[in-house]
Design a protein around this ligand. Structure first.
Ligand SMILES: Nc1ncnc2c1ncn2[C@@H]1O[C@H](COP(=O)(O)OP(=O)(O)O)[C@@H](O)[C@H]1O
Ligand SMILES: [Mg+2]
Length: 226
């Protein structure tokens, strides 16, 4: 199992839990959309899976390891298997689009010959093939988001977490980005995409999880196997 929560809860302080009685599994190669109103806890759930914060109760395992007990030193190795597309992009301003995307591979000590093509291919996919040498300051919000997307995917992560990845882009690009997730899912990555775009969700026929009132449930009528 890639992700498994059992009776987990998350609370940010006193008061009611933001997420409660969370029971969820995500197996290898599975795809889930995550929906729910603004403030429901979608980002909180993705950040928990990314180990940015741990559940305040219950059980949580990631890649088969007990994430509640894992020592701090064990977290980077788990995180390296995850590609995250969060809303804040955090590109490095002094690097070009190409270099930003290549950075995770460079940091991992991989030779440029082994990733140059992948970086170009991903940047072409998100229609930035002609902006590879551009610095972030000269890119629009939507373009920066697409660079961050390519950076999250270049290391071929086992798990992809995307938080409203089509927030800043037009419908045609949204569709392209969703197709990219579906292609990577076909190649074996497990994927969770949080989105408000219910039209997109319906057209793709993938299973949908919905958070409301702190509870996660399987949306009725959503496609795919359980
Ligand atoms: N770091 C935090 N500290 C305290 N409260 C937070 C924090 N992050 C999110 N929250 C609260 O948790 C709830 C869920 O937020 P969030 O996960 O961002 O929802 P969504 O992504 O569905 O819009 C909101 O009420 C939000 O204010
Ligand atoms: Mg959010």
């Amino acid at each position: 199992m890639i992700v498994e929560f059992k009776n987990a809860g998350l609370s940010y302080g006193e008061g009611a839990e933001t997420l409660s009685d969370l029971n969820m599994t995500l197996g290898e190669g599975e795809f889930r959309f995550l929906t729910g109103p603004s403030g429901a806890g979608k980002t909180s759930l993705l950040k928990m899976i990314y180990l940015a914060h741990r559940p305040t109760r219950g059980e949580f395992s990631l890649f088969g390891e007990d994430a509640m007990q894992a020592p701090r030193e064990a977290l980077p190795a788990l995180r390296r298997r995850i590609g995250v597309v969060f809303q804040e992009f955090r590109l490095l301003d002094h690097l070009t689009a190409f270099e930003n995307v290549a950075l995770p591979m460079k940091v991992a000590g991989i030779n440029q010959n082994q990733y140059r093509e992948d970086v170009s291919e991903l940047l072409n996919w998100v229609d930035l093939g002609n902006r590879m040498d551009a610095k972030p300051a000269t890119l629009s919000g939507g373009e920066k988001q697409r660079v961050a997307l390519a950076r999250a995917l270049v290391s071929k992560p086992d798990l992809i977490l995307a938080d409203e990845p089509t927030g800043n882009v037009d419908p045609a690009m949204s569709e392209r980005i969703m197709k990219l997730f579906i292609e990577l899912n076909k190649l074996g990555a497990a994927v969770i995409v949080a989105t408000h775009d219910l039209h997109m969700v319906q057209s793709l026929g993938k299973p949908v999880l919905r958070i409301s009132d702190g509870k996660l449930s399987r949306a009725a009528g959503s496609g795919g196997a359980a």
